[in-house]
Design a protein around this ligand. Structure first.
Ligand code: SAH
Ligand code: SF4
Length: 353
């Protein structure tokens, strides 16, 4: 097994510098970027305008293999789930969600997760390992290639959400490098507003977001009172709502941008009047957007999804009180769409074994 770093984790500026240090032309980095990210050509032998020296250096020092798609399934609503495997045979899930005007890729930042939210299937796995930047970008490249070669749609992935497995801010530097690669205009060129980083609320890393590319930020709030939030998210014992909102107040927001608050709705836990009152106190109407997520039940999950009427009522109350509020429609139900479920189910069918 090679232990070389994946080339797909290198932001353009780093690649340029490395190649210049090797005595290659100052355009070499841009040429390589163009082949990989604009043309989707991953075999250096085909990079016709790149010097032999640059190619040899990259081949000797970097891993150019894409991650492998070990399993995939399409839901009746068009959502496609992929199990993406890496060199050490660890796998993560990546989900492509089509809509009329976009194709969103939900990517993973870690194998498993250390945060241990009680409602989350990934949380029950614990953290297996962090993903490297190249493995994060690799999910995009491998899925885009698969879609181009094997599906009837030639749609390009237009949006990225860090909402697969893992806590992205627990793997800060690789997630930052991967985000720089996604944003690079001479590469994939995905716009800042088309990337969303979702976090469970790691306060020290939220305080470092001034140093992160200015993408959309989503906070997994899930409760407006400390007692309930601690029950759902053990991280609230360390960074409670007060600490969390102090950190959020420091997040640099570009003009007119809002922070998204993800709010899981769980029957009889956080879907009542007291919860609404708590949200009104916590959330500033001008800079917040609430995204309600009806809890996705999975086998053995102790929590239940509220009725549709209850979800609608909760949303109506927030809107009537002046909030921008949407409800995430459940996608890919028939292929187990909730966070972390697919992987544990599908390990049994891992095509490598
Ligand atoms: N770790 C990050 C990002 C990955 S989880 C975070 O927690 O924000 C992405 C979102 O899926 C989070 O808002 C999470 O709370 C939610 N989620 C986890 N399990 C779920 C379930 N069973 N049903 C619905 N949403 C779930
Ligand atoms: Fe980790 Fe997010 Fe799941 Fe919590 S919800 S266990 S932070 S992946």
């Amino acid at each position: 097994m090679t232990t070389k770093q994946s080339i797909y984790g290198l932001p353009l500026e780093s690649l340029r510098q490395l190649l210049i240090e090797q005595g290659c032309s100052k355009f070499s980095g841009d040429q390589v970027y163009n082949w990989i990210y604009k043309c989707g050509v991953f075999d250096p032998l085909l990079w016709s305008n790149v010097s032999k020296k640059a190619k040899q250096y990259l081949l000797d020092n970097f891993n150019l293999e894409l991650p492998v798609i070990t399993w995939q399934a399409r839901s009746t609503d068009g959502t496609r789930k992929f199990l993406v495997g890496f060199e050490d045979k660890q796998t993560v899930e990546t989900v492509a969600i089509p809509a009329k005007d976009r194709l969103t890729l939900c990517i993973s930042s870690q194998v498993g997760c250390a945060i241990g939210c009680t409602f989350c299937h990934t949380g029950t796995m614990g953290l297996k390992r962090h993903l490297q930047a190249g493995e994060i970008v690799g999910q995009y490249l491998a899925v885009q290639k698969w879609l181009k070669e094997k599906s009837d749609s030639d749609k390009r992935i237009s949006n990225i959400v860090y909402m697969g497995q893992g806590e992205p801010l627990h793997n800060y530097e690789p997630v930052k490098a991967a985000t720089q690669v996604f944003l690079e205009a001479k590469g994939l060129g995905i716009g800042q507003r088309k990337i969303t980083l979702s976090t469970s609320g790691l306060v020290p890393q939220i305080e470092k977001l001034w140093d992160f590319p200015p993408v959309n930020i989503a906070i997994s709030l899930h409760a407006a009172h400390n007692d309930i939030r601690t029950e759902l998210m053990p991280i609230n014992k360390v960074y409670d709502l007060e600490r969390l909102f102090e950190a959020i107040a420091k997040v640099p927001l570009k003009a007119h941008r809002r922070i998204t608050y993800e709010y899981l709705l769980i029957a009889n836990i956080n879907d009542g009047e007291r919860d609404l009152q708590g949200l009104y106190k916590l959330l500033d109407r001008e800079h917040s957007k609430v995204n309600l997520i009806p809890f996705n039940e999975y086998p053995d999950s102790e929590f239940k999804q509220p009725s549709q009427q209850k979800v609608q009522w909760f949303q109506d109350q927030l809107i009537a009180n002046g909030y921008v509020c949407t409800t995430r429609t459940s996608r890919g139900d028939d292929i187990l769409a909730a966070c972390g479920q697919l992987k544990s189910e599908m390990d049994k069918e891992n095509l490598w074994d």
